[in-house]
Design a protein around this ligand. Sequence first.
Ligand code: ZN
Length: 429
Amino acid sequence: MRMLKLQALLLAVVIAAFPALLPADDHGQVVSVAKTDFAAAGLGRKGLDLLMEKHGRVYIVASPGEMAALAARRIAYTVETTRFLPTGQQGSSAGGGINGAYHSTLEVETELRTLERDHPGLAKVTEVGESLEKRKIYALKISDNASQDENEPAVLFMGCHHAREWISVEVPFLFGKYLLENYDLNQDVRDLVDGSEIWIVPIVNPDGLEYSIHVYRYWRKNRRANTDGTYGVDINRNYGYRWGYDNAGSSGLPGSEVYRGTGPFSEPETAAVRGLFMARDFRAMVSFHSYSQTILFPWGYTVDPAPLEAELNAVAGTMSGLIAAVRGTAYSYGQASRLLYTTNGDTADWTHSIAGAPSFTIELPPVDIDHGGFFNDEAAIGAIFEENLPAMLYLARYAVDHPLPRRKRTPVREDRSAASVIGSGKIVK
Ligand SMILES: [Zn+2]
């Protein structure tokens, strides 16, 4: 009895400390399943939200429906949610969320406007689209004469396709801030900025981010109301190159965490990125995610190598070396489908399909869920940015110095509806 009271008290303390982490009724829990059961039941192809495999158990975020399905199939699972609470996050932030030092959508907008005001001529904030819930998707353009279109080579850094990956907002945002604040101090930065356009989209998925901050910390997708009553499209499975190639790299089931949507670019968030990318001379792209400390390059949809595999591998290797040189953090690198798992309809496959632009998914720290998973200590934000900075500078410089000779730009389609475009001039439906 006393034990139970103590447990109830501890639970109350946990709830008070992490109100938004605990799932609402229709949300999932972190559960673990014995790897033998996982394999025997063929769960690897069910579109589950896989977190890690350790000591013979597979960890997933399971919805109530998925937990019921496990129980109905007599697959034993253990609820592990409380093992994976955020660490090192203090207090609330503007708007009352638990995000602490991490940026909310409003906080990013305010900071971008401040950068624009403080660096006239070098920084320009642009609305590149609007989310399902009518939040603006902002890009920060950094260049000399930023408000003019000088048709300079462009590089794109994006964050927060996935709502719960908060660190992925911070790294591209801080990169933009760094470039602006060091323009007058650092000749290399000035040369880079003068000769290029650096585009930063810190939050591709603002609706999901707000939901993760205010309602359910583990939320991943956007907030599309699907026809079956579930919510969300995985917008990193919604791009138009080899969209829906198979059911291993994405799912056609709306309730899945990797649901690809009803068609390529069906979501306004991906359509916004498409509109931006097709309108400029983008020569490289990085989409930040977390977690696992990896640099991934195309293809994701197949284990076959991309035509430019050798170049992608060399650039990724250089970036990994530059990151390690800062304070020894090891980022592995390789083809996405081989290093992680197959994905189809992801950002990097699509941008790479546009004339071979070097494209990377960088999975930021930590290395695994036992080191925090989606929850980095807010005190680590600065260090994670700093270790990525030389790699970002290198890639931007590389892109400027390497025009894409194989580039045959697909003309921008005026039609921004779901059916699409793209990639080496192919129409994918
Ligand atoms: Zn992600």
